[in-house]
Design a protein around this ligand. Structure first.
Ligand code: THG
Length: 267
């Protein structure tokens, strides 16, 4: 599993305050904590408190602050192409950046895929188009195929693609999680080699009481259905242990009596 730490997001009060005060310390220590907990990459999101006109500048600052403490991939989390370019540039080249994300409208795909090609970046492709979040597996597959086509046209490698079926809060639509599990399995069959499949796990439990429990149970099922990347909180140690154990039980990583320790030594 490729874990993208979700915590550098202005939506969280501690990070939102640090952004408002231009204080790099809480940002950098959150980066270090997530990496120590096993994150493979870090999501970078300025949040909604920053006025639109300032988001590109703040993204640049946030990416630079994080890049000072790690060489790991950074996922620039923003819907605007102009802010995305600034963020990807700020993280430096060398294939260490991820575009999070593009939607499936043809004009969006063109702009964001060109950027992925230019910077040899990974790119997250959401199951969203001009009609909003695709509501069925069929509609999600249709957008995913469009995204795959745009990548192939530009020679963006399949290994750089992360298809995101979009998981929404279970308290909004209780049928959606099972449908997303089915979608994950189908995304993995779209091409050979298969694209990566990612979700923003914490969306699922927004507004619910048993947040951690809901996230943990779903992650196990999603991995069993083929999920191979997740944006979540690596500081949830139980979640991470369940993820690592799922991979052992599915024979994706080797078993030893100290497999939890072994995973942490490798990360
Ligand atoms: N797909 C992709 N990227 C994404 C998402 C996705 N990026 C953003 C989001 N979804 C994933 N990250 C988060 C981060 C935080 C929360 C949910 C998803 C969250 N925050 C608390 C809340 O809303 O209750 C608020 C913060 C707090 O506790 O103070 O749940 O789906 N590609």
């Amino acid at each position: 599993m490729f874990v993208i730490g979700e915590r550098i997001n202005g939506m969280f009060k501690d990070i939102g305050d640090a952004i408002a005060e231009k204080d790099v310390k809480p940002i950098q220590s959150m980066a270090e904590k997530q990496l120590a907990a096993g994150a493979d990459a870090l999501d970078i999101n300025v949040g909604t408190r920053v006025p639109k006109a300032e988001r590109a500048d703040v993204m640049k600052w946030l990416v630079e602050a994080t890049r000072e403490v790690t060489d790991k991939p950074l996922a620039v989390d923003n819907p605007a192409l102009s802010t995305m370019r600034v963020g990807i540039e700020a993280g430096g080249g060398g294939g260490r950046m991820i575009i999070n994300s593009t939607t499936g409208q043809q004009d969006k795909l063109e702009g964001f895929m060109d950027l992925a090609k230019e910077f040899d970046a990974g790119i997250v492709c959401l199951s969203i188009d001009e009609n909003g979040v695709a509501a069925t597996t069929e509609a999600k597959l249709e957008i995913a195929m469009r995204s795959l086509g745009a990548a192939i046209e530009r020679d963006v490698p399949i290994d750089s693609l992360y298809l995101d079926p979009i998981i929404l809060p279970v308290n909004c639509d209780q049928k959606a999680p099972a449908m997303v599990l089915d979608t994950i399995a189908q995304f993995k069959m779209l091409s050979d080699p298969a694209p990566h499949v990612v979700i923003g796990l914490s969306n699922l439990s927004q507004g619910a009481t048993e947040r951690g429990l809901i996230n943990r149970v779903f992650l196990v099922m999603a991995i069993a259905n083929g999920l191979d990347a997740s944006i979540h909180d690596p500081l949830d140690e139980v979640l991470m242990n369940e993820m690592i154990t799922t991979e052992v039980l599915l024979d994706k990583t080797i078993y030893s009596n100290s497999y939890l320790q072994a995973y942490r030594q490798d990360h």
